[in-house]
Design a protein around this ligand. Structure first.
Ligand code: PBG
Ligand code: ZN
Length: 318
């Protein structure tokens, strides 16, 4: 009999043997920025998460700075929406202004911007729409414009989440032509059509006005296809590839880690956060221990980067 318990005897030896350790730099914290003044709106389905107007952002940015996490991911919520999502690539768009503000006041914070049109379109889809169809190639130039305009505002990294085919190559080319050859792309490569995005759509006002996203986001039954998506994005020039959501997709993440040598990110999404918060609020689970267990599992499965609403709490708990 081999005695595994020798290396589990007390805290000292357990901590020596620990294979996976979380670090504040592992985390990227999503922030919702809303048009207007003096706004800090709680997102009901995401306790502890708020929509901030730019003039109230400092409060959360101070916490981000203090926590020493890897960076933030920005989601803008515009006042004006139209079929082309024009505020997504407007020089004075909410996200562009937020990026400029953060760059100026907090130059040390690494800013990732989500590249997608759904928060900005009146129909709430991630691309251009014709009738009931979500158009692919027609959408690409708008995504490129959005990425370039946010790069011009000072964003550090572009993260396309729209799931149009060919968007990584298009954005790479657009960024390069505009002189942003050094701006990395983190592609939401294996992004599944998931019920776990529900709370986010409340937070970002981005629910589709008709139909669903199944013609562009992936079927959650498909693991093989996820690897093809990731492969394609690496081919197109993605610097980092992502699996999203996290917990129900750790098999996909692990498989990707074994298959590819590109850095992997995982998005611990809004519904995953909401479930933990709801159970914790009822006293049914121990929030700290559950959060650390979940995040450690994501890293153990192969994630280099974890995008999570728990980031600021987790830093205090690791
Ligand atoms: C925009 C986008 C979504 C999320 C990130 N970027 C929503 C969606 O695709 O409907 C989800 C994030 C979360 O649930 O926390 N395309
Ligand atoms: Zn979208």
């Amino acid at each position: 009999m081999y005695r595994f318990r020798r290396l589990r005897r007390d805290d000292r030896i357990r901590s020596i043997m620990q294979e996976t350790r979380l670090h504040p730099k592992d985390f990227i914290y999503p922030i919702f920025v809303i048009e207007g003044e003096n706004i800090k709106n709680p997102v009901e389905s995401m306790p502890g998460i708020f929509q901030y107007s730019i003039d109230r952002l400092e409060e959360i940015l101070e916490q981000v700075k203090e926590a020493g996490i890897g960076g933030i991911m920005l989601f803008g919520i515009p006042l004006h929406k139209d079929p082309q999502g024009s505020q997504a690539y407007a020089k004075e768009g909410i996200t562009q202004r937020a990026v400029r503000f953060i760059k100026e006041k907090y130059p040390d914070i690494y800013i990732v911007v989500d590249i997608c049109l759904c928060e900005y379109t009146s129909h709430g889809h991630c691309g251009m729409v014709k009738g009931e169809e979500i158009l692919n190639d027609e959408t690409l130039p708008y995504l490129v414009k959005m990425a370039v305009s946010l790069a011009e505002a000072g964003a550090d990294m572009a993260a396309p989440s729209d799931m149009m085919d060919g968007r990584v190559a298009a954005i790479r080319e657009g960024l390069d032509q505009a002189g942003f050859t050094q701006m990395p792309i983190m592609a939401y490569s294996a992004k599944f059509a998931s019920a776990y995005y529900g709370p986010f759509r409340d937070a970002a006002h981005s629910a589709p006005g008709f139909g669903d996203r199944k013609s562009y986001q992936m079927d959650f039954a498909n693991g093989q296809e996820a690897l093809r998506e990731i492969d394609a994005d690496i081919e197109e020039g993605a610097d980092i590839v992502m699996v999203k959501p996290a917990l129900a997709y750790l098999d996909v993440l692990k498989e990707a880690a074994l298959t590819f040598d590109a850095p992997l990110a995982v998005y611990n999404v809004s519904g995953e956060y909401a479930m933990v918060k709801a159970a914790a609020a009822n006293g049914w689970i121990d929030e700290k221990r559950i959060v650390i267990e979940n995040l450690t599992a994501m890293k153990r499965a192969g994630a280099k980067i974890i995008i999570t609403y728990h980031a600021l709490d987790a830093v205090r708990w690791i």
